[in-house]
Design a binder for this molecule. Structure first.
Ligand code: AMP
Ligand code: ZN
Ligand code: FE
Ligand code: FE
Length: 277
């Protein structure tokens, strides 16, 4: 493995990102990244395409995915790395999660219609195409229909976690997500823990989380220090990345800015070989 910058958290058009695999790899290369992981929500469809472009630049691609889970009623995102993205059980679960995303989008649209918006699920499907539907697609549809001035306004006024058109997805428990990801040969990480309650953090550690996403745009240096301390205290792995989505999300400044070193990836590889020994 070569030295360089590593970004283990990125989204493509296969979930709610705005860049195609080709565009994303070109952007990653231009920002000096030498190892990336695509962590689309509930889909691994981008990975092979990303690999085919990344090979050209000598960029390593670690198969990844981001799964939304539920712990004590709190939505916790779990990142899986080094998964076998052809594993049929994994693919079966991801398909199920994507179906739930579709039904939840319909519930959000119903709420928006009741609030007086002239929007249909087709508007959202046009944004999502065949990818895993997320709230960003709804935000894009609202923006296109002229109901909002920018991408973020939809979240702030309507579909954010406390907004009038918000609907929860049904999520698996984190413990089940660990099993699904571990069975597919992957390691599990808590994504962007932010202000995670200590009781939840303790549970995730007890249930066998492999690591924590320490570097993330939503973490200030105190949080980085805090979560790095937790990884050291509990012998956990450390990951990090930009959580880049692109497009209307306008987070281009984050690519190449939020990264980890290759030594962190080497530690993950060591853990994988220990697990399979
Ligand atoms: P979903 O998985 O459908 O609940 O959508 C979650 C995604 O929406 C996250 O991964 C973010 O990309 C985006 N998101 C959530 N909250 C906000 C927000 N307040 N502003 C902008 N994007 C957001
Ligand atoms: Zn997302
Ligand atoms: Fe997330
Ligand atoms: Fe993400």
């Amino acid at each position: 493995m070569h030295s360089g910058k590593v970004d283990l958290h990125m989204h493509t058009v296969y979930s709610d990102g705005f860049l195609t695999p080709k565009e994303l790899v070109e952007k990653a290369h231009s920002r000096g990244l030498t190892c990336i992981s695509i962590t689309d929500h509930d889909t691994v469809d981008a990975i092979d395409e990303v690999k085919s472009y990344a090979d050209k630049y000598g960029i390593d691609v670690i198969p990844g995915v981001e799964i939304s889970t539920n712990v004590d009623g709190v939505e916790i995102h779990i990142l899986g790395y080094f998964i076998n993205h052809y594993d049929s059980e994994l693919l079966k679960y991801l398909k199920f999660f994507r179906e739930e995303r579709y039904f939840r989008a319909k519930r959000i649209i119903d709420k928006l219609i009741k609030l007086g918006f002239d929007i249909s699920i087709t508007d959202v499907e046009n944004e999502a195409q065949n990818s895993a539907i997320g709230r960003p697609h709804i935000a894009s549809a609202l923006l296109k229909l002229g109901y909002t001035k920018n991408f973020y306004e939809a979240f702030n006024k309507l579909i954010g976690d406390f907004g009038p058109a918000y609907e929860q997805k049904i999520h698996v428990s984190a413990k089940s997500a660990f099993k699904i990801l571990n069975d597919a040969g992957g390691l599990t990480f808590i994504a962007h823990p932010g202000n995670l309650k200590e009781s939840i953090l303790k549970k995730l550690i007890e249930w066998g989380i492999d690591g924590i996403e320490v570097t993330h745009p939503s973490h200030d240096r105190y949080k980085v220090k805090f979560y790095r301390g937790i990884t050291q205290q509990y012998c956990l792995l450390e990951s990090g990345g930009s959580d880049f989505h692109g497009g209307a999300k306008d987070d281009y400044h984050n690519i190449g800015k939020y990264f980890i070193s290759t030594s962190k990836v080497e530690a993950m590889r060591k853990m994988i070989s220990k697990n399979t020994a």
